[in-house]
Every structure is written in C-alpha cells, then in structure tokens.
Design a binder for this molecule. Structure first.
Ligand SMILES: Nc1ncnc2c1ncn2[C@@H]1O[C@H](COP(=O)(O)OP(=O)(O)OP(=O)(O)O)[C@@H](O)[C@H]1O
Ligand SMILES: [Mg+2]
Length: 275
C-alpha cells in the first residue's frame, strides 16, 4: 500500500488487534493524528500505535506494513528469525531511526511531527535495554545510572536515593562503585536494567536482553522485567529465545521478512484491559 504526502487524509480501514481477540475497524486521520470512530476507552488505553509502518534501508525492506496497537501495561514479545526486523521495530519507537512511511503515535504524540526540542522528552518515556548492555566502562555503576537523572536536572540527594533504590531492586546495591568490566554479563545486564528504569519510564524496550546470558542470569533478567510489568510498566521485548517465548505470558508477534506473520496471546495474571 502506498501513502503519499503529509496532508493526505488516510481513510484506510485499520485492523486493531486487541487482546480480547475482537476486531475493530476505525479510521486514522493522517492530518489530525487522531483515530476517528475509535472507541474512547480503547484510545485511552493505547500507549503505542503503529499505522502502516514501513522501514527501508536502500532497497531492503526491513519492516513492511506494520499496524499494531500496544496497550498500556501490556507485555509484548516481538519474535522471529534473525533479520526479521525485531530491532528495527524497537528503534523506530524510540526515534533511533525515522520511519520510511506510515505513522507512529506514542501516547498520542505523532513521531513524524515531533519537533527536535521535544525529542528528549519523548525518549524519557522509554527505558531501553540492549543485548550488549551498553554501559560506559570507565564510569562506575552509580555514575552509569545517575547520568540518566543528571540530564533532567535532579538534585544530587534525589539521584543518590533513587540510584540506590533501583540498585536494590535489581540486587546490585553492593556494586555501587564497581566498574562494568569487573562485573559478570548477568550483573552488567542488571545494572543496565537499573539504568533503564531509574527515570520511571512508561515503556521498557528490551532488545534481546538475555541474548548474551546463561540461563540463570537470563531468568533473573526476565524476572525483573516481569516485575516492572506487574507494577504497571508497558514492556516490549524483542527476542528469538524460545524459552522466553514459552514462559512469558502476554502477546507475541511473530515477524518474518519485516511483516507480521502471526500473533499469539497468552493471558497475563492481571486481567487485560478490554474495550
Ligand atoms: N542500519 C542498517 N542499514 C542497512 N540495513 C539494515 C540496517 N539495520 C537493519 N538492517 C537490515 O534490516 C533487516 C532487519 O534487521 P533487524 O536488525 O531489525 O533484524 P532482527 O530481527 O533484529 O535480527 P536479529 O535477530 O539478528 O537481531 C535486516 O535485513 C538487516 O540487515
Ligand atoms: Mg535484532
């Protein structure tokens, strides 16, 4: 499907995948960024909307016509083989890459219209975890985490309290002054999780968070992510780890060659929000 021009009103029917399995048709207005005819309750409970999103790298289609809604406090797994587009999907959400075509709304904010000034505010909605941790090796554990709060101008007293608190949550309070290279992979990833959540993000994006870990460390990291989900955070995990897919309750999207091939829902403990 081709869309051209910012001002063209899109009246294409948009298929909403709801946890209830219900199918709802509504109309997305490209001009206002609003969804017309969309149930008000559903709109309020949707934190991310992707509408006919395409991502191309040259001639390569990394993502093809992706339309999904993610509900507030959903646990969503993005699965599929290597090269399927999992990391690309996450990158588009946090503005790591621009979309080639289509629209993404984060809490109603249309990413294709956001001004440069507002990008940092948008990014603060996300806590991001990578397979390779991406900690700064020359900074202590404390400083790696504190950096997130320093840019928002928090007081040192607040930062000290907050960093200590998240380190306790991930069981790394004893390593405040350690440097990342002296930690195991599992420990580094726990610090990376602490860094991701210290700013109280609404959405955690985790790209193969257990990809470099042994099974024990992997289950600690997954336990932490499930804990944040239980406390109300929306969690999106890109993974091809079958153990994680098998054990994690929530919705799993299966990507293949950039397209959504299937969707599988395992009910979470908490009752999903339905329209
Ligand atoms: N910066 C880039 N430049 C060119 N092509 C890219 C770029 N990033 C991704 N691609 C291509 O887009 C496709 C999707 O890549 P992506 O990294 O999203 O896959 P993935 O599902 O995360 O794979 P993996 O499981 O190996 O991490 C691949 O064919 C990849 O080669
Ligand atoms: Mg990837």
């Amino acid at each position: 499907m081709q869309f051209c021009g910012q001002h063209r009103k899109i009246t294409t029917k948009y298929l909403l995948f709801l946890l209830s399995g219900q199918t709802v048709f509504s109309t997305f207005n490209n001009h206002t960024g609003k969804t017309e005819g969309m149930n008000e309750h559903h709109r309020e409970n949707t934190i991310i909307r992707m509408f006919h999103v395409y991502k191309r790298y040259g001639a390569k289609n990394a993502l093809v016509d992706i339309s999904i809604d993610v509900r507030k406090n959903e646990m969503l797994l993005v699965t599929g083989p290597s090269g399927a587009g999992k990391s690309t999907l996450l990158k588009l959400l946090y503005l790591g890459e621009p979309v080639s075509e289509g629209q993404i709304l984060i809490e109603g904010i249309n990413l294709s219209r956001i001004s440069n000034k507002r990008i940092p505010f948008l990014r603060r909605k996300f806590g991001i975890i990578f397979q390779d941790y991406k900690l700064i090796p020359t900074k202590t554990v404390f400083d790696n985490i504190a950096m997130v709060l320093e840019v928002t101008g928090e007081s040192f007293r607040f930062i000290q309290k907050k960093v200590s608190s998240v380190l306790r949550t991930v069981g790394m309070e004893g390593k405040l002054n350690a440097f990342p290279p002296s930690l195991s992979g599992g420990e580094q990833q726990r610090v990376a999780v602490a860094r991701a959540v210290v700013g109280d993000p609404k959405i955690i994006l985790a790209d193969e968070p257990t990809g470099s870990l042994d099974s024990e460390s992997a289950s600690i990291i997954m336990g932490l992510l499930k804990g944040f989900h239980d406390r109300g955070t929306t969690v999106i995990i890109a993974t091809h780890d079958h153990e994680i897919i098998r054990k994690t309750k929530g919705r799993a999207l299966y990507l293949k060659e950039g397209s959504i091939q299937s969707e599988d829902v395992k009910p979470t403990k908490k009752r999903p929000i339905t329209i």
